[in-house]
Design a protein around this ligand. Structure first.
Ligand code: HEM
Length: 466
């Protein structure tokens, strides 16, 4: 009788793991070569699982709950499924952060005005958590000019700045870009065809958006390399646990770009106005209706950054998803008119931006949980987009999907300003690739994802073209 009630080491371990359930933000930077190297807070689990002769199981079960582990970066959806089913609004066990994984609560987080953008409140996060979220350190970093772009503002300032950009960013302006986007795609694709194989990220997915956004803003073509370098260096500091050198490089890039912006670009456009976005905004400023010069700079940096990293990932993740679902790829080849709904599905299936953060402006309730004023909420777009309560067969890629209300561009007042441009670029890029290369194949089975949890994108996507 007594013997039958004794729990086995396996059951004991399972109960313990369930109890501890791993912190999403436990700062595990890389898988340790020997588990003993990095086990400080994981020691009980490690030793217990070792005693139960299950070292790998114990270790693996634990780390799969950490957003810092490469397994998470390779496939976040496994963790999302589990969290959404078990506790869609969950307070992280070790950090004052709420993690939201259901569609309903993600939408509430994005739309409810009681959640705001105040970036300073996140300063209270422990360093490890901040690093993992790619947040900069210290109030000084937060108050630097690029951090007061519209992305970090709340109403009424947000309303004013955004409305000025919305006036400049009209559907007509965007439609005018279509021929140029097609031209860049053809140029890049023909170059790739001559080579016979390609890294799609480097050769097209990166080049296209950076060229389009830099031209739209009004930067001269000969400066794109410089802009790319600044933009890369600034983006690097938003990555996963940026090194001190990366942070320094980012600060230097920002300073250099500021000098370039105010010494070269602004004076040139004031002397010789053209039909670029920056020129239009400077004109508004001259008439006293526009943005201050600092606001203009911070928002130009935002557009430059937001306008390429994300679209690069959409083209890369999207092509990968199609190559991994050959029937869907064939369907798109047979029916090219499906390209619009295909791109919406690719956005839903593997979104380029995975997390959005908000701060509770007052004590409130979300999904039956009490959220206190000042607490940070992370809404997982990738998890919301696969919520079975909203999407039929959410784990399946279906380029004919109807009523696809994915949240990949966010929702509410911060809904992506560049959504129409990103859609157009992806539709033309993916459509042209498929048309030009009937035998596209992945050239490797070892794909590497970029580190970090906010953006999801491949480091490279090697393809055989014929
Ligand atoms: C596939 C490509 C893109 C994705 C997935 C994407 C995603 C997003 C998301 C999720 C947000 C909302 C952030 C929040 O609520 O906190 C956002 C905002 C924004 N995006 Fe995009 N974006 C993309 C491309 C672009 C492009 C091409 C541009 C510019 C040309 C752009 C400019 C912006 C701006 C300015 C905001 C801030 C809007 C505001 O705060 O009112 N994005 N984007």
């Amino acid at each position: 009788m007594f013997r039958r009630r004794l729990i086995t080491p396996r059951q004991l371990l399972a109960a313990l793991l369930q109890e501890m359930n791993g912190s999403l933000l436990t700062p595990i930077v890389a898988p340790p070569t020997s588990p003993a190297e990095k086990i400080s807070d994981l020691a009980p689990i490690y030793w217990l699982s070792k005693a139960a002769r299950l070292p790998r199981t114990g270790w693996n079960v634990y780390v799969r709950h950490s957003l810092g582990h490469p397994d998470y970066v390779n496939d976040p959806y496994r963790v999302f499924r589990k969290l959404r089913a078990k506790e869609p609004v969950r307070r992280d066990p070790t950090a004052p952060v709420w993690v939201v994984t259901s569609y309903e609560h993600t939408l509430m987080t994005l739309k409810d005005p009681r959640f705001n953008k105040d970036p300073f409140l996140s300063e209270r996060l422990p360093r490890g958590a901040r690093d993992q979220l790619g947040m900069s350190e210290g109030a000084g970093a937060r108050s630097s000019v690029e951090n007061i772009s519209m992305l970090f503002l709340d109403p009424p300032q947000h309303t004013r700045v955004r409305s000025i950009f919305t006036r400049a960013f009209t559907p007509r302006t965007l439609e005018g870009l279509r021929p140029r986007i097609a031209e860049v795609c053809i140029e890049r694709i023909e170059m790739m065809a001559r080579e016979g194989e390609t890294d799609l990220i480097e050769d097209l997915a990166y080049r296209l958006p950076v060229t389009v956004i830099a031209e739209l803003l009004g930067f001269p073509r000969e400066d794109y390399q410089k802009l790319k370098r600044w933009s890369d260096e600034m983006a690097e500091a938003l990555g996963f646990v940026p090194s001190e050198e990366a942070k320094l490089r980012a600060a230097r890039a920002r300073d250099e770009m500021r000098v370039y912006f105010f010494d070269q670009i602004v004076p040139r456009l004031r002397r010789q106005p053209d039909n670029s976005l920056l020129s239009g905004l400077l004109d508004l400023e001259a008439r006293g209706e526009g943005l201050s010069e600092d606001e203009l700079f911070s928002n130009s940096v935002l557009l430059l950054a937001a306008g390429h990293e994300t679209t690069t990932n959409l083209i890369g993740n999207g092509m990968l998803a199609l190559l991994q679902h050959p029937q869907q790829l064939d369907l798109l080849r047979r029916e090219p008119a499906l390209i619009e709904s295909a791109v919406e599905e690719l956005l839903r299936f593997d979104p380029p931006v995975q997390w959005i953060t908000r701060v509770a402006a007052q004590d409130m309730e979300l999904g039956g949980k009490s959220i206190r004023r000042g607490e940070l909420v992370l809404a997982a777009l990738g998890a919301a987009n696969r919520d079975p309560a909203v999407f039929e067969n959410p784990e399946q890629l279906d380029i004919r999907r109807k009523d696809n209300r994915h949240l990949s561009f966010g929702s509410g007042i911060h809904f992506c300003l560049g959504a129409a441009l990103a859609r157009m670029e992806a539709q033309i890029a993916i459509g042209s690739l498929i048309e030009r290369f009937p035998n596209l194949k992945l050239a490797t089975s070892r794909l590497k994802w970029r580190k970090g949890i906010t953006f999801r994108g491949l480091q490279a996507l090697p393809l055989k073209l014929s």
